[in-house]
Design a protein around this ligand. Structure first.
Ligand SMILES: N[C@@H](CCC(=O)N[C@@H](CS)C(=O)NCC(=O)O)C(=O)O
Length: 210
């Protein structure tokens, strides 16, 4: 099987996590950010992740891919999930995105390896979020607003050992936030992020924090 991804993409991280956590081998293929033809040919629209199955068929939508991979073995992501974690993610996402999206556009990701690809991605995100440099300038304020949310998350993750669908939803947000330099991850949040990095094999972004 082959999984088409952008390295920065949180939805792609959901699918990558499922393969890693379930120990199902998959080949990763990075699509350039300005390549519409490849995804449109496969699923009729420009959106990743896309899974190419061994029979040559294609599947889009991260959570459909997670479900598919999960059911190749004994399912672990079918449970009801943890509403506290799911709600944390829904609440934090809009603010978190103001920190991680502008940094993604400057990041060291294979899909942005050419000037044209990076510019196409930057323009797409600026269309959604407006002036990305203004968001960079607003970093301190966004970090101050996010800090209490991360502190409230800490007790929910302290000692969490089980892995379920809520981790598939939550962890990619934390991974995305790991590109934000000096954003204080409370101890239990950082340990959780690193534990799932190890178990899933999907790398965090601390090494390119900006
Ligand atoms: N609902 C989709 C959302 C996927 C999505 O929005 N992916 C983004 C990347 S994070 C995308 O491909 N956007 C269009 C593009 O960048 O070409 C899923 O869960 O798979």
């Amino acid at each position: 099987m082959k999984l088409y991804i952008y390295e920065h993409c949180p939805f792609c991280s959901r699918a990558r996590m499922a393969f890693g956590l379930k120990e199902v081998p998959v080949e990763l293929s990075v699509v350039m950010a300005n390549d519409a033809e490849t995804p449109v040919r496969m699923i009729g629209r420009k959106a990743l992740p896309i899974l190419e199955r061994d029979d040559g068929s294609f599947m889009g939508e991260s959570l459909d891919i997670v479900h598919y991979v999960d059911h190749l073995g004994e399912p672990v992501f079918d449970g009801p999930g943890d509403p506290a974690l799911d709600n944390w993610g829904k609440d934090a996402w809009p603010l978190a995105a103001k920190l991680f999206i502008p940094r993604f556009t400057k990041g060291d990701f294979a899909e942005l390896a050419t000037a044209e690809a990076r510019e196409a991605y930057r323009l797409r995100e600026a269309e959604d979020l407006g002036d990305l440099e203004a968001l960079m300038t607003g970093t301190d304020g966004f970090m101050a607003a996010l800090r209490p949310k991360l502190e409230a998350l800490a007790p929910l993750l302290d000692g969490r050992e089980t892995v379920g669908i809520s981790d598939i939803l939550l962890w990619p947000i934390l991974r995305s936030l790991s590109i934000v330099r000096d954003l204080p991850f409370p101890g239990p949040v950082r340990s959780y992020a690193e534990r799932l990095e190890q178990r899933s094999g999907v790398p965090l972004l601390f090494d390119q924090a900006m």
